[in-house]
Write a protein that binds this ligand. Structure first.
Ligand code: ZN
Length: 87
């Protein structure tokens, strides 16, 4: 099932969004990662990503740098979504 307020970030297709880097992403977007193995979804902490990878990290490069939480630990096929914050 798709979340209609989500934008998928997929490195293999032309990005459907205008925000290439973390620093360009408006604050009202939440970055959500979904594991390709177990389907676990988690919101990412933008500030933590900024500290770890730098503010200018390309968003499409994030999925392959992420790892699912234990015991899954999967790093393959993970996907990122942008979700607009509700108010
Ligand atoms: Zn997983």
């Amino acid at each position: 099932m798709r979340h209609d307020r989500s934008i998928e970030l997929a490195p293999s297709v032309k990005p459907q969004f205008d925000y290439e880097t973390l620093s360009a992403l408006p604050e009202w977007y939440v970055i959500v990662a979904r594991c390709g193995a177990c389907g676990h979804e988690d919101e990412l902490d933008r500030r933590a990503i900024g500290r770890r990878f730098g503010k200018n990290v390309k968003l499409v490069s994030l999925p392959m740098r992420l790892r699912c939480r234990p015991p899954c630990g999967n790093r393959v096929g993970n996907r990122l979504f942008l979700r607009k914050l509700g108010r």
